[in-house]
Design a protein around this ligand. Structure first.
Ligand code: NAI
Length: 740
């Protein structure tokens, strides 16, 4: 709680004659003994954002403050509940299209924060809630930082996630505070820290324990009085220095530093495939700052920020940020009046790969779960799976062992339906067989409460069909998780023909509650993601049959930015599963998609992919490698170099694009951004491209049309341009502007 600082701030605002701006974000409140509070409370916003207007106001106030001899210490505190400062204004960053303008914006911010640093009295940032990006850079310009342990206290510099670098001094002040290695780790990953970890690293000088129920302002005031005592001030400074010295052993000589930067660059290139310039420029900025003055370092930081802010990568990553925000607000149904129902208890049917994973996720989110399978042995498999995932979190120190134990007790097992009646939602994850699922749903209806939602995790069966044996099909919905459940962010929420709005908005709200990104999809073969991936994987098999090599195909798509190539992906999914899905897609879209016989040949050879030890690659515990025997098996006429990387990429991307556009035409999803969310969060489609539809928009509809036409000329019907592409090309429109 940030107590009533905001109320006080407002009161003070009214009583101050000099405060002419009613919408002022800043107010100065006197404390005791010369300690003052600078309260930030941006009007009309849930969180504090450093817009240009706020920065200008801060600039003016700082000019005034430096002349105030009555101020002995200043604490900067937020007037918002549980938010310090959420950063700079993303919209303002998005609007910058020019390198010079970008650098200038950074310089202005740096200059304002430098004024904080140069104030003639100690300045303390009192952090509770998010203190990220520009907000943390402001805190870094203060002389001291204190932070309260609170679930919303998150401290860090996530700028690289928006394709930029911290440009208000972060790349210079952070390494000077905690050493190069630790600073690089934070800047390059954009990871946010809790208050305790920030304290351990020396990012904050005092961590206020959670059991301390005092108001943050009182804590800040007490700390300021400590700082006013020279003795205590030195004690804090010494403690900080000790932490820094422990960290900078390797950094004290040029050779050690060179190693650090070389390694950081190598690691960054490995993890980004060279597609993301921001982390590399952030390394340049940090390296440049070593041994130079802060002023020189800041100038380089501003210059590099300018270069990044105008790139398409940054624009696409910011677009993705907005896409996420829009999805968070989307109830899942247009203009609905239905309110989501509360779901506090869930049942899971089936304790296999998916059931066990779903139960783990729900328990992780502190929801009680009742899991049913046909016998105890099968149940134990599901419980063991959940335990294993929890254990991984404990090993990574994301969870304590006692928390794991407590959460595991939330999952209880049964071999009958006992305990199912109390749940508001059941998620079915049993064998993928329509008749079995239909029978089980009829059974479930009798066991669950009248209002409970009946969800299926089917990856390919019709929700409408599954609901056909149920008396109240309006409460049946598809809840398609991706594997592994705890890691994949996407959840396809599938509306059957009779699924009600109430069921849909409840499912969507619940998906968000358990931390997933829901995309509402109309019931149709393959739903969204598998429908797009099916032709993509199939096309890769066709390429292979035409003489391209496994390596060429997979490398081309990794080069495009996909996390793995399509043949590698098929090995991961399982060739048996791929074969089954190919069959379903052919049944539905046979005239358009001709399955490659290679998938059948591989399946008949007993190759299951990774889970069976061999597919297109060999998995034998050693480094994964192409299985050369595949070429013999499929009678491959090795014609490496027949296809250029661009040829492969354009066939594989355009076969996906065609399917995605058809999904839009058929209203499988409501808008282009749903396709992009599905592809990025369900398949790892490269975020720096903004999504499949954004990629098409960047190419322009005219260019897409001409590529479709060229491909159709060579490969026939499957590349015929969809009508929507021709229409958009004609009117120079964009997929995103079509109800994006
Ligand atoms: P699985 O074979 O690992 O687990 C199925 C479990 O259901 C088994 O433990 C089985 O004993 C149990 N079961 C069968 N009939 C039952 C019944 N009448 N009552 C209670 N339990 C019963 O299967 P998996 O992979 O977990 O798939 C489950 C569902 O999730 C399928 O519909 C599948 O299509 C779908 N799915 C699978 C994904 C994957 O990657 N494995 C991804 C997304 C969806």
């Amino acid at each position: 709680m940030v107590e009533n600082a905001s109320t006080e701030a407002k009161t003070e605002k009214k009583s101050q004659p000099g405060d002419e701006e009613a919408s002022s974000a800043l107010s100065l409140i006197p404390g005791t003994g010369g300690v003052y509070f600078l309260v930030i409370d941006v009007p009309g916003e849930m969180v504090n954002i450093l817009t240009e207007k706020v920065m200008k106001e801060l600039d003016r106030l700082l000019d005034e403050l430096k002349t105030r001899s009555d101020i002995k210490a200043l604490t900067i505190i937020s007037g918002k509940a549980d938010n310090f400062i959420a950063g700079a204004d993303v919209n303002e960053i998005q609007d910058i299209t020019d390198v010079v303008e970008g650098a200038e914006k950074a310089r202005q911010g740096q200059m304002v924060f430098q004024k904080i640093y140069e104030l003639p009295f100690p300045v303390i940032a009192a952090i509770q809630g998010a203190c990220v990006g520009g907000g943390f850079e402001l805190a870094l310009a203060c002389h001291f930082r204190i932070a309260k342990i609170h679930h919303k206290t998150k401290i860090g510099l996530p700028e690289v996630k928006l394709g930029i670098l911290p440009g208000f001094g972060g790349t210079q002040r952070l390494p000077r505070l905690i050493g190069l290695q630790r600073a690089l780790k934070l800047i390059l990953t954009g990871k946010l820290l809790d208050a305790r970890t920030a304290g351990n690293l020396g990012l904050v000088d005092k961590v206020i324990p959670v059991e301390h129920h005092g108001f943050m302002r009182a804590e800040a005031e007490e700390f300021a009085h400590h700082i006013l005592s020279k003795f205590k001030r030195h004690a804090y400074e010494n403690r900080r220095n000790v932490k820094r010295l422990q960290a900078i052993f390797l950094e004290s000589n040029a050779f050690g530093r060179k190693m650090i930067f070389d390694q950081a660059r190598k690691q960054t290139l490995r993890s980004t495939g060279g597609h993301y310039p921001a982390p590399l420029k952030a390394i340049d900025a940090v390296e440049f700052g070593v041994g130079r003055s802060l002023e020189q370092g800041l100038e380089m930081e501003a210059k590099l920020l300018g270069e990044l802010v105008a790139t398409s990568v940054s624009k696409n990553l910011i677009g993705l940020f907005h896409l996420n925000e829009a999805l968070k607000k989307d109830p899942g149904v247009e203009k609905t009046k239905s309110e989501p129902a509360e779901i506090a208890q869930v049942s899971v049917l089936g304790a296999g790969v998916m059931g066990g994973g779903i139960a783990q996720l729900l328990a992780y989110k502190d929801l009680p779960v009742r899991m049913k399978d046909i016998n105890q042995k099968a149940l134990d498999v599901g419980l063991a799976r959940a335990k294993k995932i929890f254990q991984q979190a404990v090993d990574k120190r994301k969870l304590s062992a006692s928390e794991m134990q407590r959460k595991m007790t939330l999952i209880t097992g049964t071999t009958n339906y006992s305990g199912f009646a109390g749940a508001e939602l059941v998620i079915e994850a049993i064998v993928e067989n329509l008749e079995v699922k239909k029978a089980v749903f009829a059974e479930l209806e009798a066991e669950m409460s009248d209002t409970a939602i009946l969800a299926s995790n089917t990856s390919s069966l019709s929700i409408t069909e599954i609901a056909s044996g149920v008396k109240k099909p309006d409460r049946v919905i598809g809840f398609h998780f991706f594997n592994p459940v705890h890691r994949m962010p996407l959840l396809e929420v599938i509306r059957g023909d009779k699924t009600s709005e109430k069921t849909t908005v409840t499912a969507v709200a619940f998906a968000k509650k358990i931390g997933k990104i829901p995309v509402v999809v109309k019931n149709s073969p393959g739903f969204l993601v598998n429908r797009i991936l099916g032709p993509y994987i199939n096309e890769s098999a066709l390429l292979l049959a035409e003489g391209a090599t496994i390596d060429e195909i997979d490398k081309a798509m990794v080069g495009f930015g996909m996390p793995m190539g399509p043949l590698n992906l098929l090995d991961e999914i399982g060739i048996d599963v791929g074969y089954k899905v190919a069959g379903i897609l052919q049944e539905s879209f046979g005239d358009r998609i001709t399955p490659s016989p290679i998938i059948e040949t591989m399946f008949n050879d007993g190759r299951l992919g990774k889970k069976g030890g061999k597919g297109f690659y060999i998995y034998d515990g050693k480094k994964k490698r192409v299985d050369k025997q595949v070429y013999e098996l499929i009678g491959h006429r090795n014609q490496s170099n027949k296809f250029s990387t661009e040829d492969i990429q354009s066939r594989l991307v355009f076969v996906m694009l065609k399917e995605a556009v058809l999904c839009l035409e058929e209203k499988v999803v409501r808008r282009a951004r749903d396709v992009d969310a599905g592809m990025i969060f369900g398949t790892g489609f490269p975020p720096f491209r903004g999504g499949l539809m954004k990629y098409a928009d960047d190419l322009t509809a005219q260019k897409c049309l001409s590529i479709f036409n060229e491909l159709a000329l060579i490969y026939g019907e499957r590349f015929e341009p969809p009508k929507m592409v021709s229409v958009l090309a004609e009117k120079k429109g964009q997929f995103y502007s079509e109800k994006a």
